[in-house]
Design a protein around this ligand. Sequence first.
Ligand code: 3PG
Length: 306
Amino acid sequence: MTKVLVATEKPFAKAAVDGIRKIVEGAGFELALLEKYTDVNDLYKTVEDADALIVRSDKVTKEVIDHAKNLKIVVRAGAGYDNLDLAACTQRGIVAMNTPGQNSNAVAELAIGFMIYMARTNFTPVTGTELTGKKVGIHAYGNVGRLVAQKAKAMGMQVCAFDPFVPAEKIQQDGVTPVQTMEELYANCDYVSLHIPATEQTKNSINYNLLSKMPKGACLVNTARKEVINEADMAKLLAERTDFKYITDIAADNDAELKAFAPRYFSTPKKMGAQTAEANLNAGLAAANQIVDFIKNGVTKFQVNK
Ligand code: 3PG
């Protein structure tokens, strides 16, 4: 029988797992669950006879692929697929997919929440500021970036966006001002909300040179990936500029060092951008449906290792 393994170190909500089970078993497949695992050997063992795999930020390394003798498809229930070793998948003829857009609203809401948290002095009675009238720059105008822009506009913020892959007219259509360069975005915005993926090109790209262009009192909001930040540069900037703020959903590797700059630095204890009942359900069900569609009908929409 076709076995679908859901391996989630950070589990989905129960309703999402129930929904995945319904889809998988409804297709005549078997569902296996590996949740909250702390030892990668448990994943190696469970994946051995799996035909399909659903993960979140769980790392699907070459070692995982090597153990997965029957694997035909892996779906990252979410947007960013930097946790999948695509080369190893391709080499074995395994189809890798993501579920774009399914958890975007949850992440966008958290980005807005982060801005409010920093503007309102970490929810302390110290006098804060308001978002209305402030300028926010959206760095990468994809599914999440667009939703952040929409919500920021509704709050009366002025919204700019930089994305070399999205035509300026498309950005303008949403009432958002496109800017030509990253430098322009950072130099002119009180808040920058990061939505770039972690790739060889973007890793460490948010550096001192760029961040130091931000105006007085500026705040960087990261609900994307920690790898895109040059963390040594961030520490340097936070030390030099007592007005600068950084809030992130993905604790920096030098989190302990940066915590010395609290309340201007804040990180969530565990990545929680996509951790809503709605996002779990949307992404989980989409992943299950994509697997059934692939195994039964050969549908490869959303394949990322073409
Ligand atoms: C994504 O890329 O979809 C988000 O970062 C969510 O990641 P998560 O599923 O680990 O919460």
